[in-house]
Design a binder for this molecule. Structure first.
Ligand SMILES: NC(=O)c1ccc[n+]([C@@H]2O[C@H](COP(=O)([O-])OP(=O)(O)OC[C@H]3O[C@@H](n4cnc5c(N)ncnc54)[C@H](OP(=O)(O)O)[C@@H]3O)[C@@H](O)[C@H]2O)c1
Length: 335
């Protein structure tokens, strides 16, 4: 009798676990395979009045502010958002690069709404960031992409923590973290006001948040972003705010900033940006805090999350050492 009850209980528990696993697998796979068509993508953030797929007039265009967008993945977001009918605000710190990016986007989208802003996210003061947000008050901005980030110091970028100077530490913090949190704080009222019905914040972290040797400051700032983004998402949900927030975790992407020693099979910046924006709706509807939208990165990140430290540490060290060596060789060639 006791044995038969035990086996029934075990069967029920096994079936429940299997069902949960199958449901999780379905959700995961649907993120990658159930992609909305372009007309439906990001619809919650652009209550456009369309005529033949084109916004009726400028008043109805909703805008996206993308930091660090004259090149790399940020430029890709701008490109794809224009194709979906958004206006885009390109922000970067070299004026000629902003102009060049604007010109390239205008060539691709002659009727697109494009605005360029020159601002150094690493050195911007609080009043600079306030002035930036004040300049956007009359635009219906409903998307903020906190994309700017990198390794803002002289070469070698891959170095032991003991070899950082104070400036190298501060520059990482200023560009990858400080700018993003102040901008988000100041943009929230604007995004809330422009939510018709919703607004969106995308925060771009990195798989480096696991803690890569030779990249301690970059890893640390990307881990900071993770905690910040998760907390903000939960707060916004708790208080039923009309703003969605999602953390994006890229692995290796071939971009202007990451162009040497890139893992074979990695997406280009343009491919990656499209991949992110195509999967946002699915991730938000599943209530996710974060996604790694490129399938190969998603697999790598899931495996890393499961492995014991005795296997994770050598794997991460291998990746960092390889990158450190190819960048060092490249610098040597330039001498
Ligand atoms: N590529 C990857 O493999 C990878 C992997 C993981 C995470 N990520 C993250 O994804 C984001 C984009 O990476 P990415 O590789 O596309 O970068 P990227 O190619 O280096 O592009 C950087 C963009 O940021 C702008 N920028 C640089 N310094 C700036 C500053 N001080 N102020 C304002 N703008 C500045 C650059 O333009 P100007 O020089 O004209 O200002 C450019 O438009 C970053 O947050 C990065 O950490 C990338």
């Amino acid at each position: 009798m006791f044995l038969s009850v035990l086996s029934t209980v075990s069967l029920v528990i096994g079936a429940v676990v299997l069902l949960i696993a199958a449901y999780q697998a379905f959700l995961f796979l649907s993120l990658f395979f159930l992609i909305l068509g372009p007309d439906m993508q990001l619809r919650e953030y652009k209550p456009l009045v369309l005529r033949d797929g084109v916004p009726e007039d400028d008043e109805h265009i909703h805008w996206a502010l993308i930091t660090g967008s004259s090149g790399g993945i940020g430029f890709g977001y701008a490109h794809h958002l224009l194709s979906l009918g958004f206006g885009v605000i390109i922000l970067a710190h070299v004026d000629t690069e902003v102009q060049d990016a604007e010109a390239r986007l205008r060539t691709a989208y002659p009727d697109g709404s494009i605005k360029g802003i020159v601002l150094n996210c690493q050195t911007a003061s609080i009043s600079d960031i306030e002035a930036l947000v004040a300049s956007l008050q009359d635009l219906p901005v409903s998307i903020l992409i906190n994309n700017v980030g990198g390794i803002p110091m002289e070469f070698p970028h891959f170095r032991l923590f003991a070899a950082y100077n104070a400036q190298g530490i501060d520059s990482h913090y200023n560009m990858n973290v400080r700018f993003m949190v102040h901008l988000t704080r100041l943009m929230l009222p604007l995004l809330t006001r422009n939510a018709q019905p919703r607004a969106l914040i995308l925060n771009i972290t990195s798989a480096a948040r696991f803690g890569l040797p030779y990249l301690s400051m970059y890893s640390a700032t990307k881990a900071y972003m993770t905690g910040f983004s998760h907390a903000l998402t939960r707060e916004l949900k708790l208080f039923k705010q009309p703003v969605d927030c999602l953390l994006i975790i890229p692995g290796d992407v071939l971009s202007d900033g990451n162009c040497i020693g890139v893992e074979p099979g990695s997406p280009t910046a343009m491919e990656y940006a499209q991949c992110v924006l195509e999967r946002v709706d699915g991730a938000i509807s599943q209530g996710r805090l974060e996604i790694s939208p490129f399938w190969k990165h998603a697999i790598q990140i899931s495996i890393l999350g499961w492995l014991p430290e005795s296997l994770t540490a050598p794997e991460l060290a291998k990746v960092s050492t390889l990158k450190r060596d190819v960048w060092a060789k490249e610098q040597e060639k330039k001498k």
